[in-house]
Design a protein around this ligand. Structure first.
Ligand code: BES
Ligand code: MN
Ligand code: ZN
Length: 498
């Protein structure tokens, strides 16, 4: 399917359907349509009069309309109250429209952009929102089905623009939205892969392939090199599995000596059973997504290569499996992280912070401008936010503010949790420098507090995506399953930074 921006005045085709948006109780869209198809006016008048359609949020009125010049059928899409309408609602609307149109076996659909535009949103952002929603909502992961469901996808989605300038902006928005959504879908695919197919080695080779395609530098450290770097956190977690660990390094090919790199670090646990501190069976199959942080980092680097950023971005992803076996890590074991700090492993299920400790220590050595880590780190974050906000922590106000803003703009919101001194008591070591878990609640914060020990006061933010990384239910334009969390907020953050 292709999404194009077309001039309303230059339309030559007749679409299968034309979609027009209406705010609650307002027929304003009539003016926008005016020249396109006068016959619509009567229909609009009569459905409003008969109260068959009122423009309520998520309301969708559909009818075939023989005799119309521009299309065979029309959609009236309810946008709700003007003051509550925003780009996220538009994305949901696009997803619902596409589903409906696909069920009608339509080939072509036109959307009158002006009638669905939230106030204060640029034409660029409008094109971007529609295209993002289209690419995200048509994602499927059915490669392991011997007979995937047959689908008859729409061939073209035309976005109607008022003038040439608007059209150009919409086009550039489409291009950006497509990249962001494709990167998100890369992350969704990686996180959807089952752990028997996506081992740490396979994850590393996927990163290599994507790097080649996008034009990134890629270095994969194997278990021998990992040992040489004394990454005791990663080695300790990996030791319970026959699958060896990998440490993935991706870099954009930007040579700017005057600007320090932005370093992203992602948790790459390809399966988290908990290890000796075994998880309950119920829902454990979801733990294949415990590499969602790594997936987001890899996908964001793929995207960063396309964005032509004026600074370097480096992506790091420690990757291994967390399994019990005949030679696993034990509770009580003490390991040394690559920065020299020692940790007593109280609970082998708190493995993410162990491998991130090595990832963050590596990031510090790169002389970063910012370090941002992403991890499906704690059940506590999911319990706190459900599936609607990323848990954010960090030590740098301007970085946190930028991320919060990027979250609002991208539709991937994050919310800050405090890293007050009092929480450090929980992870103070008894037999080593630190313990990997503390007593009591506040799990997401204590995990963040643990990570803070490894950033050496560099500007850093931690994004706990255990909350948003997996959707148990379909969301407005992202279906059930791994959601590709982190890619959209990082894309926005990098774009704004540039
Ligand atoms: N990968 C899990 C976190 C998780 C749990 C993500 C549920 C998504 C849904 C992480 O490795 C983990 O097991 N964390 C423990 C930490 C605890 C042992 C201190 C948790 O949150 O229960
Ligand atoms: Mn765990
Ligand atoms: Zn985990």
């Amino acid at each position: 399917m292709k999404c194009s921006a077309v001039l309303k005045s230059e339309v030559k085709v007749k679409w299968d359907a034309l979609a027009v948006g209406f705010f609650e109780g307002e027929k304003e869209s009539l003016n926008a349509l005016g020249k396109l198809d006068r016959d619509l006016k009567d229909l609009i008048d009569s459905v409003f009069q008969a109260k068959k359609f009122e423009g309520k949020d998520r309301e969708l009125f559909f009818t075939y309309l023989p005799g119309l010049k521009s299309a065979c059928a029309v959609y009236f899409a309810g946008l709700g109250k003007k003051e509550n309408y925003n780009p996220e609602k538009l994305k949901g609307l696009v997803s619902r429209l596409l589903k409906h149109a696909e069920a009608q076996k339509f080939n072509s659909l036109a959307l009158d952009l002006k009638t669905v535009a939230p106030g204060k949103v640029s034409s660029h952002d409008l094109g971007r929102a529609v295209e993002e929603a289209r690419v995200l909502s048509t994602f499927r992961f059915d490669k392991y089905k011997s007979k995937p469901d047959k689908r008859k996808e729409l061939k073209g989605l035309d976005l109607l623009c008022g003038d040439a300038l608007e059209r150009k902006d919409v086009q550039s928005g489409i291009r950006f939205g497509k990249w962001v959504a494709e990167a998100t879908n890369i992350a969704r695919t990686l996180a959807s892969e089952p752990a028997n197919h996506l081992t740490p080695k396979v994850l590393a080779s996927r990163a290599e392939e994507l790097a080649k395609e996008a034009g990134l530098k890629c270095t994969i450290l194997n278990e021998i090199e990992i040992k040489k770097l004394n990454m005791g956190g990663l080695i300790g977690v990996a030791q319970g599995s026959h699958e060896p660990p990998r440490f993935i390094v991706l870099e954009t090919k930007v040579d700017n000596k005057s600007q320090k790199p932005v370093v992203l670090v992602g948790k790459g646990i390809t399966f988290d059973s908990g290890g000796i501190s075994l998880k309950p069976a119920n829902g454990m199959e979801k733990m294949k997504y415990d590499m969602s942080g790594a997936a987001a980092v890899i996908a964001t680097l793929w995207l960063a290569a396309k964005l032509d950023l004026p600074f370097k971005v480096i992506g790091l992803a420690p990757a291994c499996e967390n399994l019990p076996s005949e030679r696993p890590q034990r509770p009580g074991d003490i390991v040394t992280i690559s920065n020299g700090k020692t940790v007593e492993v109280i609970n082998t299920d708190a493995e993410g912070r162990m491998i991130l400790a090595d990832g963050l220590s590596y990031a510090v050595k790169l002389g970063p401008r910012y370090i941002i880590d992403l991890a499906t780190l704690t059940g506590s974050c999911r319990a706190t936010f459900g599936e609607h906000a990323i848990g954010m922590m960090g030590n740098n106000r301007s970085l946190l503010d930028s991320l919060k803003d990027a979250g609002e703009k991208s539709g991937e919101r994050c919310w800050e949790l405090p890293l007050w001194d009092e929480y450090r008591e929980h992870i103070k070591g008894e037999f080593a420098d630190l313990k990997n878990v503390g007593k009591g609640p506040a799990g997401a914060i204590i995990a963040g507090k643990f990570l803070e020990e490894f950033v050496d006061k560099q500007p850093w933010a931690h994004l706990d995506i255990a909350s948003t990384g997996w959707f148990d239910e379909n969301h407005a334009y992202i279906s059930r399953g791994p959601s590709g969390a982190g890619v959209r907020i990082l894309a926005q953050f990098l774009k704004d930074l540039a």
